[in-house]
Design a protein around this ligand. Structure first.
Ligand SMILES: C[S@@+](CC[C@H](N)C(=O)[O-])C[C@H]1O[C@@H](n2cnc3c(N)ncnc32)[C@H](O)[C@@H]1O
Length: 255
């Protein structure tokens, strides 16, 4: 799917908050080799660099548009355009950090142990992923697919939730960990503007469906989806829209 940095950053603050919460749980004092996987526009990479100015930091992402923005904002960091499906660290990592990216990749049972193997002894893997795929914001996408003339074209794109329950990550990772901390937080996000939830998903999960359609059909799909989420997330009296959003956090230290 193609990424649109402007659309993604429309809700910069609520998107940044879990990234900051995750970073706050990394107890390293002076990591030297750090990777930010699925770094996007580098908004979080910037915070990592501010916390550990001596670290050698590499942002990895396969979106040219997102990386171009990252390189423009932070020309002194290292940016690598590559799919995470084939990524390995060029040298053992003190920190592998990833905010809101690994849910785009399948087969976490293999992926997560592979990421742990990229760590140096004592290194940390810190990951945050949305686990909100049963919420109306996401189920309305599948409903819109099933209810329109695009059903045949899009139905193969409707996939099971990509993020497993927390217990599954515990079972996969505990044998590889010295410490393992897994938790979930549901943020009560307060969004502003018209069709706020549609605008949110249009920056992420919805976009792949819109990209697959011709412009006129994409506009119809977007309008049909917007109607569904408008009733699931009604605007409050003060003009804001409440969008509860559950996220899964994992912080592991390698022995
Ligand atoms: C929701 S954005 C998060 C960006 C950044 N981590 C942040 O918190 O602002 C997800 C990012 O993951 C990247 N991504 C998704 N799948 C990827 C893959 N298979 N390989 C590399 N990057 C991927 C996208 O290009 C996008 O920039």
């Amino acid at each position: 799917m193609s990424w649109n940095p402007q659309q993604y950053l429309k809700f910069e603050e609520p998107r940044l908050r879990p990234a900051v919460d995750l970073l706050g749980r990394v107890g390293l004092t002076a990591p030297r080799t750090v990777y930010d996987l699925g770094c996007g526009t580098g908004n979080v990479t910037k915070l990592i660099a501010a916390r550990w100015p001596q670290a050698e930091i590499t942002g990895v992402d396969d979106s040219g548009a997102m990386l171009a923005q990252a390189a423009k904002n932070l020309p002194n960091l290292r940016w690598v355009g590559q799919s995470l499906a084939h990524w390995s660290a060029s040298q053992p990592a003190d920190l592998v950090y990833s905010n809101a990216a690994l849910h785009w990749l399948p087969q976490h049972e293999q992926l997560f142990p592979h990421l742990v193997q990229q760590l140096a002894p004592g290194g940390v893997l810190a990951v945050q992923m949305p686990r909100n795929f049963e919420a109306p914001s996401h189920t309305a996408i599948a409903q819109t697919v099933a209810a329109g003339p695009w059903r045949e074209q899009l139905s193969l794109m409707v996939k099971p939730a990509p993020v497993a329950p927390p217990q599954a990550y515990y079972d996969w990772l505990k044998p590889l960990a010295r410490t393992l901390d897994i938790w979930e937080t549901e943020y009560l996000q307060v969004l502003t503007g018209p069709d706020a939830v549609k605008e949110w998903t249009k920056g992420t999960w919805l976009k792949q469906f819109l990209d697959a359609l011709e412009p006129a059909a994409a506009a119809d799909f977007e309008a049909a989806y917007a109607e569904r989420v408008r009733s699931a997330y009604p605007m409050r009296a003060d003009g804001s829209t409440l969008f509860p959003f559950r996220r899964l956090f994992i912080v592991l230290t390698r022995p």
